[in-house]
Design a protein around this ligand. Structure first.
Ligand SMILES: *Cc1c(COP(=O)(O)O)cnc(C)c1O
Length: 405
């Protein structure tokens, strides 16, 4: 399918290009030492991803450890309550550890094993990526260093406990605001010293090349499965596909299965408390081109051109940029990016729980809320929503802050 002069039949061959660019977005804006390390990862990845041994091992892990394929569920009661549009969810919440993140963490850790690395390094904000990577490290017998700001360590005690039980070293970062940004800097610094024996595992379709490509490829299992399952269930493709966008990994995984189809694609960003800078994390909707954390994309900037403070009820969506491929698809118009507020999200969190018996992650509830909105505006058709994770982690916070609705 051609869209805006891009031929989506051959899209994955050309995007990213050999330097990691999706149009003008992406690349690798890093120190020469780190560039050497990233080039080594790129080369290893291109060799390994064609090896039938690697592919076979990843398939076996997905089936026997992760619980893939995850099903698609038809939301009968919710659809009926809204009218004539049929809503479906791809159940990434049923992955081991409760979210899509294990899709790329198992891939990254398997790559680490094939490269002969002894250790995986990452940062974490809310702790979800840290837990998924600690799980993968335990599975493969790799050491695992997770950098985390002291503010987040206090806020996310259950995830810190999980990582420690899984055998990871949680390394406290105390400088600056002591949250995600400082943790990223500390993890990169440690990696620059240890890259011969360790590998950095980025938690989304972010960072320098090859990570936006690699994480997309590992997540593409979501879209490939979903397309085939949806066709099997209904005999057709969905009219629209929806996913929430933080860094953008669950969305890229889902979207990659449908880019070449006549399907409308929607990426949902967190509007938080409103459209003023500092009250949301809707980088593609309100941001501008800029470089941070080693890549060029669309980002939210403060008055000094630095990454702006962001806010969302969902800590997993709370990042001042999104992956470069989303910036590219945004400018191209192939994916439509829109926003959902905290309030709409919390409503959708309870609606899905009450009507369907599925408690969604508060991140995923953004996509559910958008699906509900679409169902109200479209008169007929079907919408497939990526339910990126389960909501157990959010229950205490939601009840504390919003009560039972
Ligand atoms: C981390 C997380 C997200 C956001 O990350 P993406 O890379 O944008 O997918 C969304 N949903 C859940 C459940 C998460 O844990």
């Amino acid at each position: 399918m051609k869209f805006n002069n891009i031929d989506f039949d051959t899209y994955f061959k050309h995007y990213p290009d050999e330097n990691g660019y999706f149009g003008k977005y992406g690349g690798a804006y890093i120190s020469p030492e780190l560039k050497v390390a990233m080039d080594e990862i790129t080369e290893a990845y291109f060799t390994i991803c064609k090896s039938s041994k690697f592919i076979g091992e990843l398939r076996k892990i997905r089936k026997e450890f992760q619980g893939r394929p995850t099903p698609i569920s038809y939301l009968e009661r919710l659809s009926t309550s809204l009218g004539n549009v049929q809503l479906y969810v791809k159940r990434e919440d049923l992955n081991h550890t409760g979210a899509h993140k294990l899709n790329h963490c198992m891939g990254e850790a398997l790559l680490a094993k094939y490269m002969g690395k002894k250790k995986v390094i990452a940062e974490t904000g809310a702790g979800q990526h840290g837990v998924a990577l600690a799980t993968a490290a335990a599975y493969f017998g790799l050491e695992c260093d997770i950098y985390m700001g002291s503010v987040d360590i206090k806020k996310q005690a259950p995830n810190v406990a999980r990582m420690k039980i899984l055998g990871a070293n949680v390394i406290e970062v105390t400088h600056g605001l002591a949250t995600l940004k400082e943790a990223v800097d500390a993890a990169f610094e440690a990696y620059a010293k240890e890259y011969k024996t360790a590998i950095y595992c980025i938690g989304s379709v972010l960072g320098p090349h090859p990570f936006p490509m690699m994480v997309r490829d590992f997540q593409s299992v979501v879209g490939i499965e979903a397309r085939e399952q949806f066709l099997g269930m209904t005999g057709e493709l969905p009219d629209a596909v929806v996913a929430c966008v933080g860094g953008g990994s669950n969305a890229m995984g889902m979207f990659s299965g449908f880019l070449n189809d006549a399907v409308d694609i929607y990426g949902v960003e967190p509007l938080g408390r409103g459209s003023a800078l500092g009250d949301h994390a809707a980088s593609l909707t309100y941001g501008e081109e800029g470089i941070m954390h080693g890549f060029n994309s669309i980002m939210l900037k403060d008055e000094n051109g630095e990454p702006a403070p962001v806010y969302s009820v969902a800590s997993g969506l709370d990042y001042p940029s999104s992956g470069p491929e989303h910036a590219f698809l945004h400018d191209l118009g192939r994916v439509k990016y829109d926003v959902i507020s905290d309030e709409e999200t919390v409503d959708a969190f309870f609606t899905l729980s009450r009507l369907e018996g599925i408690i969604p992650a508060i991140e995923s509830a953004h996509a559910v809320a958008y699906g509900i909105k679409l169902a109200k505006t479209l008169k007929k058709g079907s919408v497939l929503i990526c339910l990126s994770g389960r909501g157990d982690k959010d229950m205490d916070f939601i009840i504390d802050k919003y009560g039972i609705r």
